[in-house]
Design a protein. Structure first.
Length: 261
């Protein structure tokens, strides 16, 4: 997990703290005890502090060797967008869950930092005639939902929130991203330092195209939530094909009060 070890990291990390609270609310909604918990990302301390008598493992990086069928809950906050092999990680975490164990995670989605991405691409194309990936790509919610299903989770759900945070200037946003450890870590990123003229032009484009009526600039953060259970016979099962007792067309007619002629 790329949390910067900087004096300003704690104050800048308000977004992570907000999503931590939202994950905790979802955990409380499940309304069941969890005896063994894996905190992937070492970021749920406020929740775990209330979990007296619970066996909790906390790790900062993607696991390489987890015990099988050991955890009743695996939780991860804003870490998985950094994983190179997300399908492989999801499979590994599923194997580490006990039957009827729960995976609950959050990650940044495809619309995150779209304004900043647009500004950098436009500025580099204008000044250098090329473009570099200055903002990492993020998966969309449909793709993530499909990965949960492919990884063998029961009752998989991927949903999302979109949060907009405003700043006085694009440089303030970039400062917060660096303090949170959310700078570009792509292996294929440009190894050249960002030119000052490109940075200045990116800020101009950001402000030109995205400034709000109050003079501030928005930064979009799309949060994808992943929920999936390790299969268990007690869980609700989908009906077998052909087992329905009524045709869909008849059911729809009955619901809206349409009479067949």
């Amino acid at each position: 997990m790329r949390i910067a070890n900087r004096p300003d990291a704690k104050s800048a990390d308000f977004l992570r703290a907000e999503i931590t609270d939202r994950l905790q609310d979802r955990i409380q909604d499940v309304n069941r005890p969890f005896s063994t918990i894996l905190d992937l990302g070492d970021d749920m301390m406020r929740f775990t502090a209330r979990s007296n008598g619970v066996d909790i493992d906390q790790i900062s990086d993607a696991p390489l060797d987890l015990p099988k069928a050991h955890y009743s809950l695996i939780v991860s906050n804003l870490v998985m967008h950094w994983v190179n092999d997300l399908p492989g990680l999801l499979i590994q975490l599923n194997k580490a869950l006990k039957p009827d164990g729960l995976l609950l995670a959050s990650m940044f989605g495809g619309e995150t930092l779209r304004e900043l991405r647009h500004a950098f691409l436009s500025a580099e194309a204008e000044i250098t005639g090329g473009a570099n990936a200055r903002v990492i790509p993020f998966a969309d919610v449909k793709t993530v939902g499909g990965l949960l299903q492919r990884a063998g989770y029961a009752l998989p759900v991927a949903d999302m929130d979109t949060l907009t945070i405003t700043y006085d200037h694009p440089l303030n946003l970039m400062q917060d991203l660096r303090a949170m450890g959310e700078t570009n870590a792509l292996l294929g990123r440009s190894k050249k330092f960002l030119r000052r003229d490109v940075l200045a032009r990116a800020c101009e484009i950001y402000q030109r195209d995205h400034t709000l009526e109050n003079g501030r600039i928005p930064a979009t953060f799309q949060i994808i939530y992943l929920t999936g259970w390790h299969p268990h016979e007690s869980q609700q099962q989908p009906m077998k094909p052909g087992s329905a007792t009524m045709r869909l067309a008849d059911a729809l007619k009955r619901k809206v009060g349409i009479k067949s002629k």
